[in-house]
Design a protein around this ligand. Structure first.
Ligand code: E4P
Length: 217
């Protein structure tokens, strides 16, 4: 499964890219606002830091303006993916941009039939929002399973990008459900390394090794 980082914090993204485990980045207007920086400067810096796909979201409501915004965003760097909302206008823009060869990420997906429409519109990525469904008392992971089954039934090549991830369990279950990618907040990504038995086991090994008085180098 590909790991994307869900953030527009350039310093954080640079640090995480150094792990060698980051395949891409997703941003949204809220994350850009939180970063406090200029939109285009921030996108350029992110694209310099990460070689994989970097999703940048349009803010227009109508397809024609979304297409114009998408093309401008694509001009920032070759790895920009145009992020579009799952609305009728967003899917019109998705189809038009896809037909012209631009990669797209259809966002704010909360149902399997929405994901079916996005695949028919040629989306490169579909972003089902797990955490927000869970927040509302629904089962976000069931949505991933349903989309996986539908895409496999018909051979749609749209990549399932599990989004709105809150926990390591979300990452695990999205991988088990067959999501192609997960976009993960930095703090959740860092927590994926951690297990108390790893820490305790390492401490015991090092203590025993020290008692031997030997060295490897
Ligand atoms: C996805 O692309 C979105 O940026 C993101 O995952 C939304 O997550 P949130 O529900 O934590 O805001």
């Amino acid at each position: 499964m590909q790991i994307f980082i869900d953030s527009a914090d350039v310093k954080e993204l640079k640090a995480l890219a150094e792990t060698g485990l980051v395949d891409g980045v997703t941003t949204n207007p809220s994350l850009i606002a939180k970063s406090g920086g200029d939109f285009f400067e921030t996108l350029r810096a992110i694209c310099d830091a990460v070689s994989g796909p970097v999703s940048a979201e349009v803010v227009a409501q109508d397809a024609e303006t979304m297409i114009a915004e998408g093309k401008k965003l694509r001009g920032v760097a070759p790895n920009i993916v145009v992020k579009l909302p799952l609305t009728p206008e967003g899917l019109l823009a998705c189809k038009a941009l896809t037909d012209e060869g631009h990669p797209t990420n259809v966002t704010l997906c909360f149902s399997a039939v929405q994901a079916l429409l996005a695949a028919k519109a040629g989306a490169t990525f579909i972003s089902p929002f797990l955490g927000r469904l869970d927040d509302g008392g629904q089962d976000g992971m069931q949505l991933i399973r349903e989309i996986r089954a539908i895409y496999d039934n018909y051979g749609y090549e749209t990549n399932i990008l599990a989004a709105s991830i809150r926990t390591g369990a979300h990452v695990r279950d999205a991988a088990l459900a067959g999501a192609d990618c997960a976009t993960i907040p930095p703090a959740v990504f860092r927590a994926l390394y951690k297990h108390n038995l790893t820490d305790a086991g390492l401490a015991a090994f090092l203590k025993d090794w020290k008692a031997t008085g030997q060295s490897i180098l």
